[in-house]
Design a protein around this ligand. Structure first.
Ligand code: ZN
Length: 439
């Protein structure tokens, strides 16, 4: 009793008009209630208008919201200032909406959130998670999409862009490796490792530590241990091919040659054409700058072994070395690995073929042998080319001989007049049946 009395006295001393206080309290309560009502009045969709702000470490957050008779849609997605990437993101969310079928018994909710981060100012990792709910708030379906964008190469990275093509052999003991191929984009580039997801649901993964796998890593960035060259420009794009016009592929063996090879490149570029070079590892080691330029100009570089032995006569070690050393030599210069090999003399047996396939290569022969090395005469070589030409032909020549290069120059003019296009072997096989060339 004593206490209450004292308190009352104190209040009277401080505020002289208790009725004013009462009115103020009532008015405040009404106002606050009004504010709460205002905030909550939209009701059922509020929880879909929030996103996780902890995992967005790059770009700005964009929000798409729409309500119609069929759906309530609320999608959060990033804007990165990278035009190409923003276009990919935009297409992804538009396609997601387009794919959704209306449920007649429920006005479903489509919701998307994401995470994003950037590594070494080059790789942007993205992870989208979409969830479809029914009108009672139950999950109908969730979907995940993960990929990494390389801002230097301006493309979504595949496994084949991130690891050397021996990855299946090297990572053979990793669980789930058999489920993925080199075209998979289910990966994440972290500061010290590459994460490969082996399932669409992203529940299982393989981690590839950069430090312990330097020979395997293909990512080109100065902070990542790798033998990938950092100074190579991407290859010039292939010229547009008219599939209704005639086309041939020229293949040039035994180079590179310090002068002739780039002369040949220039000759083909005059006709907006391309060609394929089957090069020897030992010559590639002598003229790396030539190889780099050939690659950057969009010409195809393929393997012709290290120093031109008959592969059938080698033991297992020697055979593997001829192939692997040449692949490594080309990779160190271009950052790319050939997919084609031409065994010297076109000579191979089942064993050679198996070892070649195990190294991720295909055997490519030819269909028109110009016999340039034997003719040793530019005019005769020109005639051999022109007379042998047909739509889909694969010519064999050697850019190490001056007479071959001169004969080729004359022949290109003639064939161009006759309406032929000059393409790489890789391009030709997309349009023509080359089952006698590819073995
Ligand atoms: Zn040869």
């Amino acid at each position: 009793m004593e206490y209450r009395h004292a308190a009352n006295r104190r209040r009277r001393k401080l505020k002289k008009k208790p009725t004013t206080i009462l009115i103020t309290v009532v008015v405040l309560a009404i106002l606050l209630g009004g504010v709460f009502w205002f905030i909550n009045r939209e009701g059922p969709y509020d929880k879909y208008k929030e996103y996780n702000s902890d995992n967005k470490k790059f770009g700005t957050v964009e929000h798409f919201e729409k309500e119609d008779d069929n759906f309530f849609i609320s999608l959060y997605y990033p804007k990165t200032k990278n035009k190409n990437l923003d276009k990919i993101i935009d297409e992804y969310q538009k396609n997601y909406i387009k794919e959704q079928k209306v449920n007649k018994n429920s006005k479903d909710i489509l919701y998307m959130d994401y995470s994003i981060d950037e590594v070494y100012k080059q790789f942007i990792n993205l992870n989208f998670e979409t969830t479809r709910y029914n009108d009672e708030g139950k999950v109908v379906e969730t979907k995940k999409k993960v990929f990494t964008y390389d801002t230097k190469k301006e493309m979504v990275l595949t496994l084949g862009d991130s690891l050397r093509n021996t990855f299946k052999t090297v990572l053979a003991s990793s669980k789930g490796i058999e489920n993925i191929d080199s075209k998979s984009t289910l990966l994440k580039v972290e500061k010290d490792k590459l994460i490969i997801y082996t399932n669409e649901d992203l529940k299982s993964k393989i981690e590839v530590n950069y430090k312990d796998n330097e020979e395997l890593i293909k990512l080109a960035n100065k902070n990542i241990p790798s033998q990938a060259p950092l100074d190579v420009a991407g290859p010039a794009p292939q010229p547009k091919v008219d599939p209704n016009k005639k086309m041939v592929a020229f293949t040039l063996d035994d180079g590179p040659h310090k002068i002739n090879t780039l002369k040949v490149v220039e000759m083909f570029e005059k006709y907006n054409g391309r060609a394929t070079f089957f090069q020897l590892g030992k010559n590639i080691a002598l003229y790396p700058d030539v190889v780099k330029e050939v690659y950057e100009h969009g010409f195809e570089i393929a393997s012709h072994s290290w120093d031109h032995p008959d592969l059938r006569k080698l033991d297992a070690n020697g055979l593997n070395k001829q192939i692997v050393d040449t692949q490594n030599q080309i990779y160190k210069i271009t950052g790319a690995e050939p997919t084609l090999i031409r065994p010297p003399y076109g000579a191979f047996n089942d064993n050679v073929k198996t070892v070649i396939k195990n190294n991720g290569l295909d055997i490519a022969l030819w269909s028109v042998d110009t016999l340039d090395w034997k003719l040793k005469d530019a005019n005769k070589i020109k005639d051999a080319i022109v007379n042998g030409a047909y739509d889909g032909a694969v010519f064999l020549l050697h850019d190490i001989h001056n007479f071959s290069v001169e004969g080729l120059e004359m022949a290109l003019g003639e064939l161009s007049n006759r309406g032929y296009q000059f393409v790489t072997l890789d391009t030709l096989k997309q349009y023509k049946d080359l089952k006698n060339v590819f073995r």
